[in-house]
Design a protein around this ligand. Structure first.
Ligand SMILES: [Mn+2]
Length: 333
């Protein structure tokens, strides 16, 4: 029998409220500063831009659910492999719920997304966004205006560079083209792109004309992580957009447009870690998790893992920057 003074509060993954990483809820973005937030996680359950199987509107719920397994509590997350503790108690991450979606009205929903991201950014808080289909990245990009200029790094099976389809300019196949039209978006890196007929030649030509760097998983492996970093300007700002279909469907099958031949979890993880050290990640999104197509729940699980990994790396670099800044100050005095 456990004595009363030995009892612990375990907060196991299947208990409690399923927020992202089991972080506290913020019910009003206006309160972010009062709450001393560093990171605001927001769901955008909008899948009206999907061209084939819909379902990514359930993505935020699936990712939150998956993330409870990796919730860290106040002591942070210990990495056994590298002997580093991430996401320690000094960091304030809050789950701000979801952007309001208007059924059947993609543009009103996009406006709500842009406004929400703009508000988070205006408070000096880093936005972390759970989709939704990839169409949401266009209004997210607009909402990031104050943080520009920055480069965009995309992990995806698809280029998403179509100008329009029958006049539709804000579906999930147009989002990176829309980002390229923002004057504060600099270079664009498109990693994991693959599949015969996944893009029209005219769209690829337009992307190349913009100066976009397009690499398939095979080409990425040939270069290696350092070879990829060599392409990306060092010490600058990056926004990262991760389409879960960039990952191989054997690892993440729950998505509307799965494409064989994708990246593996470790490859993405190592790349994200390296990018976090290469410059300043100003925010990121992860989109296209459609849990209906994955009865095992592994897709939401993997997506949550990737988001928490990336958040860990980005915040660790900020910690080190502060430490370096302090050492610099001490050397001066
Ligand atoms: Mn995409």
């Amino acid at each position: 029998m456990v004595k009363p003074d030995e009892k612990q509060f375990l907060n196991l993954p299947f208990t409690g409220i399923s927020t992202f990483g089991k972080y506290p809820i913020c019910d009003d973005i206006e309160k972010l500063n009062d709450l001393n937030a560093d990171v605001a996680v927001i769901g955008v359950p909008n899948d009206m831009g999907t061209q084939w199987k819909s379902g990514a509107r359930m993505g935020p719920r699936a990712v939150r659910e998956g993330s409870t397994l990796y919730s860290f509590g106040l002591e942070g997350a210990y990495d056994i492999e590298n002997d580093i503790t991430y996401l320690g108690p000094d960091w304030k991450v809050l789950d701000c719920g979801d952007v309001d979606i208007v059924h059947g009205d993609i543009m009103q929903s996009h406006d709500n997304t842009e406004e929400t991201v703009r508000k988070i950014v205006s408070k000096g808080v880093m936005p972390v966004i759970i989709g939704g289909d990839h169409s949401i990245t266009a209004p997210v990009g607009k909402g990031l205006e104050e943080l520009g200029p920055f480069h965009v790094i995309q992990i995806d099976a698809h280029l998403d560079w179509a100008d329009h389809r029958s006049g539709m300019r804000y579906g999930h196949g147009n989002c990176i083209r829309r980002l390229s039209e923002l004057d504060y978006v600099q270079e664009i890196f498109q990693f994991g792109i693959r599949g015969i007929s996944s893009s029209k030649k005219e769209d690829v030509d337009a992307a190349k004309e913009y100066g976009s760097t397009i690499l398939s998983p095979k080409q990425m492996r040939e270069r290696g992580v350092q070879g990829l970093l060599d392409l990306i300007p060092e010490g600058e700002k990056y926004y990262i957009t991760i389409d879960i279909d960039g990952i191989d469907p054997s690892v993440a099958p729950g998505t509307g447009t799965p494409s064989p031949g994708g990246l593996l979890y470790d490859e993405v993880n190592e790349l994200l870690k390296a990018i976090s050290k290469h410059g300043e990640v100003i925010g990121f999104d992860l989109v296209e998790v459609a849990p209906q197509y994955d009865p095992t729940g592994m897709t939401g699980q993997t997506a949550a893992r990737i988001m928490l990994d990336l958040l860990s790396y980005v915040l660790k670099e900020r910690e080190l920057d502060v430490t370096k800044g302090l050492e610099h100050y001490q050397n001066q005095s």
